[in-house]
Each structure stands twice: as structure tokens, then as C-alpha cells.
Design a protein around this ligand. Structure first.
Ligand code: BGP
Length: 484
């Protein structure tokens, strides 16, 4: 689907950039007063995915022991200036990164923040601003303090609302004059399948029980609304978004039974969290969804004041990650299953998949953008997208045409959606510099425009080298999406 017409589609001021998360690139996991996060307690490498899938492990971690590669990341903690300079060379208009909660509140339940942590992020923000790059902050990206998971039982505990409120308030008060965009929780709906990273809940703290997941979500929704309140009181122009995983979901065929199952999966996985965060109220299908999973709205601890907060402080925009689409088939006994970004599904015969089995579907991004924009009528922001691949170093430059093709097709799909009338704010492809993979805990699943010389066992010079996609993306940004 090569774009024929070269008319400018992307609006002036479109936020081209890239995205990362603290726990996946910073390293310095115990530096300058930082506490341990749930991500620090995750095993690196092969065990990571099975641990995530089972939710069955304990949070014990020997804090003297270095786990490769996640405790080291790519040493961005020391090298952020060099990295941001490279982003500036590509012409980034914005850079999405997360603040590690544990650099600011090492345990999570303190009243007073750790100044060294705030100072670190201030340097990152200032460096971005020097290059004319808008910082886009994820307040919480799979890296809540381990103490809140272990001692408080994770997000199902209402006390976390106040801890998050204090944390968000400290961050927003410190940075609201320099930052225009943030989002409250990364991929909040991922807890549907994997509550460990996003809600700090493992089996022993009740992750297997959907009532706990729903309660944890509710507490997060209230915490998110409080962050919106704080942010807007500081600056009504500050844009605070939600952030969900969106996987466009098709029925495998036109059988109404599969269509209905697809509708339900969409409600439960793609929309539930955003419906509350964007519309400010629980959707009509809430009770049925909770009953499907063995609980009910009455069983949750929800106060009238909570519902007021949700209603008064909805988010300003809809941020989402989009990597793949999924299909539903409930009429076949053993449909052919596929893997995916924390959500699997059924194989779609029309699509190819990445090496990790994620089904590549640019057309699905156009659909996602239309669905989200028309459902909520609020600006949308693609804050993650990209192809995880094993890059082969041959000669002096990595020839990652496969990545360029993936991104080009997704940008074309965004252009189509804009022509459909969608108000799209920006595009921040995931892992703009190679970093540690969230699901595999490995370095070798790479997304970056910039290659980082580091392998899964911690060997390598950590040198940064632009890939072919680096120069390609630079042109895309320069031409505001006209040259793909
Ligand atoms: C998203 C997360 C990111 C990132 C990305 C890629 O779910 O928000 O943190 O890791 O997935 O996933 P992976 O590294 O597992 O390929």
C-alpha cells in the first residue's frame, strides 16, 4: 500500500519521536538512593515470560546480586546526554520516557522525596528542552516500588492511591513548567493477563482472583483522576493521558457467535480501562464483565466520592501501544493460537508474524485509530509501535530494512486515519534506542534506530551506532511524514 499522493497529511506540530521506559534502559538500579521496583525483582532472560504468564513467583531478590541485562539496562543513567543528542540528530520533536517511581520514593510510602532522583529527571528534561524536544512523561511504567507490592499487596490495596497521589504531586509540581504531556499508567489494561508488572500482584497476593484485579484497576483509576486534578490545577493546559495496549481484534469469520465473542473481548480487553478513564464512568457492560470473571460490582470497594472523582477528572487524550492485531474463534475446538504483546489470540491467515509470533497488521492501526477516536472524541497518541527483531551486525551499519518496512506501513496507516478525520497527536515508536525487552528480559529483541553493543549476558562495549532506520526516520521527520 504505497502512498501515491504526497500531499502533506501530518499536521504541523505533529509529535514525531520515540519511547522508552526507565526500567528497560537506565540501569543504575541501586544508584543515588533508588529503591527496588517490581521490574528489578523480575528475572532477566528466558524465565521472564514464564514468570509473567504464571504470575507465580515471589518478590524475593538479593539486592546485592546483579541481574543481566535488566539491572544494567543500556547504562542510560550515565549516558543519557549522548542518547538524547542522537534523538535530536534524528530530529525528534518529543521523547517519551518514564520516571522510575523508586528514584523519587524508594519505598513508595515515604512523605519526602529523594532529591537526587528528581534532579536526575530534571537533567533529562532540560537536555530534551535544549534540543527543542518536548518531554512526554509516563508517571508509572511497570516499575512500582517493590515495597508496595510486597508489604502492601500491590494496587488492590487502597492505601496505594495516596502514595501515588503524593508521588504524582511531587513530580507534577516539580516539572509542570517544563513538561506539557504526561500519562498516568503504562498499558493499564495489561493487568487483565499479567498483573505482576502493572499492579504489583503475584499469585500469593491474590493475582489469580479477578476481583483483586478489578479492585486494583479501580484504585488506579482513582489515582489517575487525582493526578489529572493536580496537573490541571497547576496548569489547565497540561495534557494528561491514559495509556492502554490496543490490539485490533477481528472475528475469524462472519459467524455471529464469533462476532459476539469478539465484541466481548474488545470490551473486556481493549476498552474497559479507557472507558472509565476517558468517559469518567464505568461502562454499561461492567457488571456482566465482572460476573463473567466470578465477581460483581457490589463486591468492589468503590465510594461515591471515587465515582465523582472519575467523572470530574477524565484524561485529556488516549495514548496507546499498537504492535499487532488478534483474532477470535470460539466455534473451533482447538484454533491455532499465536503469541502477542501480553495478549495472544488466534492465528489470522491473512497476516505474517514477527519472530516472536506477534501478527503484523498496519491496516489494523488505521482501524484502531478510527475506533478509538470515534468512540471517545478525544485526541489519540500512538505512544508505542515497532518491530522487535534480532539485528545482525554485518559491516559498519545494520541494514534493518525489515524495521523500516514495518514502520513505513504503520505510518502510512496513520496517514490514512488522519484523512479519515482522526485527531492524531503524535507517534513515538517503541525502544527508539535498543533496550531490554519487557517480555523476554533480553537485549537481543531489539526495536531501536540506534544499535547498542550489548548482548544478553552483559558482554559488549555499549557503543551506540545508528542503524539504517535512523537515517530513514530522520528523513520522515524532516519531511513531516511525506517522504517514507
Ligand atoms: C510494551 C511495553 C513496553 C515494551 C514493549 C515491547 O508492552 O509497554 O515496556 O517493552 O511492550 O515489548 P517487548 O519488549 O516484550 O517486545
Amino acid at each position: 500500500m504505497k502512498k501515491e499522493n504526497t500531499m502533506t497529511t501530518f499536521p504541523k506540530g505533529f509529535l514525531w519521536g520515540g519511547a522508552t521506559a526507565a526500567n528497560q534502559l537506565e540501569g543504575g538500579f541501586d544508584q543515588a538512593g533508588k529503591g527496588l521496583s517490581v521490574a528489578d525483582a523480575m528475572p532477566g532472560g528466558k524465565q521472564r515470560m514464564s514468570v509473567l504468564a504464571s504470575n507465580d513467583f515471589n518478590w524475593e531478590i538479593d539486592d546485592k546480586k546483579f541481574i543481566y541485562p535488566n539491572h544494567r539496562g543500556i547504562e542510560h543513567y550515565e549516558r543519557f546526554e549522548e542518547d538524547i543528542k542522537l534523538f535530536a540528530e534524528m530530529g525528534f520533536k518529543c521523547y517519551r520516557f518514564s520516571i522510575a517511581w523508586t528514584r523519587i520514593f524508594p519505598r513508595g510510602d515515604e512523605k519526602t522525596p529523594n532529591e537526587a532522583g528528581l534532579a536526575f529527571y530534571e537533567k533529562i528534561i532540560d537536555t530534551c528542552l535544549e534540543y527543542g524536544i518536548e518531554p512526554v512523561i509516563t508517571i508509572s511504567h511497570y516499575e512500582m516500588p517493590l515495597v508496595l507490592a510486597k508489604e502492601y499487596g500491590g494496587w488492590k490495596n487502597r492505601q496505594l492511591i495516596a502514595f501515588y497521589e503524593n508521588y504524582a504531586s511531587v513530580v507534577l509540581n516539580r516539572f509542570y513548567k517544563k513538561v506539557k504531556y504526561c500519562m498516568t499508567f503504562n498499558e493499564i489494561n495489561s493487568a487483565f493477563h499479567f498483573p505482576a508488572l502493572s499492579q504489583g500482584m503475584v499469585k500469593s497476593s491474590g493475582a489469580g482472583d479477578f476481583k483483586n484485579i478489578a479492585q486494583a484497576w479501580h484504585n488506579q483509576f482513582v489515582a489517575s483522576a487525582k493526578a489529572v486534578k493536580i496537573g490541571h490545577e497547576l496548569n489547565p493546559e497540561l495534557k494528561i493521558g491514559c495509556m492502554i495496549i490496543y490490539a485490533t481484534t477481528y472475528s475469524i469469520d462472519s459467524d455471529p457467535v464469533n462476532q459476539a465473542a469478539t465484541m466481548v473481548q474488545n470490551q473486556e480487553f481493549n476498552y474497559y480501562c479507557a472507558d472509565v478513564q476517558v468517559r469518567g464512568q464505568y461502562p454499561a457492560y461492567t457488571e456482566r464483565m465482572l460476573r463473567n470473571h466470578g465477581t460483581s460490582f457490589d463486591e468492589l470497594d468503590i465510594t461515591p466520592n471515587d465515582l465523582d472523582l472519575l467523572n470530574t477528572y477524565p484524561v485529556d487524550y488516549v495514548g496507546f501501544s499498537y504492535y499487532m492485531s488478534s483474532a477470535v474463534n470460539v466455534t473451533t475446538e482447538q484454533p491455532d493460537e499465536i503469541a502477542g504483546n501480553l495478549l495472544g489470540g488466534v492465528r489470522n491467515p491473512f497476516l505474517k508474524a514477527s519472530e516472536w509470533g506477534w501478527q503484523i497488521d498496519p491496516e489494523g492501526l488505521r482501524i484502531a485509530l478510527n475506533e478509538l477516536y470515534n468512540r471517545y472524541q478525544k485526541p489519540v497518541f500512538v505512544v508505542e509501535n515497532g518491530l522487535g527483531a534480532k539485528d545482525e551486525v554485518v559491516g559498519s551499519m545494520i541494514q534493518d530494512d525489515y524495521r523500516i518496512n514495518y514502520l513505513r506501513e504503520h505510518i502510512e496507516a496513520m496517514a490514512e486515519a488522519i484523512q479519515d478525520g482522526v485527531d492524531l497527536m503524535g507517534y513515538t515508536p517503541w525502544g527508539c534506542i535498543d533496550l531490554v525487552s519487557a517480555s523476554t528480559g533480553e537485549m537481543s529483541k531489539r526495536y531501536g534506530f540506534i544499535y547498542v553493543d550489548l548482548d544478553d549476558d552483559g558482554n559488549g562495549t555499549l557503543d551506540r551506532t545508528p542503524k539504517k532506520s535512523f537515517y530513514w526516520y530522520k528523513k520522515v521527520i524532516e519531511s513531516n511524514g511525506d517522504i517514507l
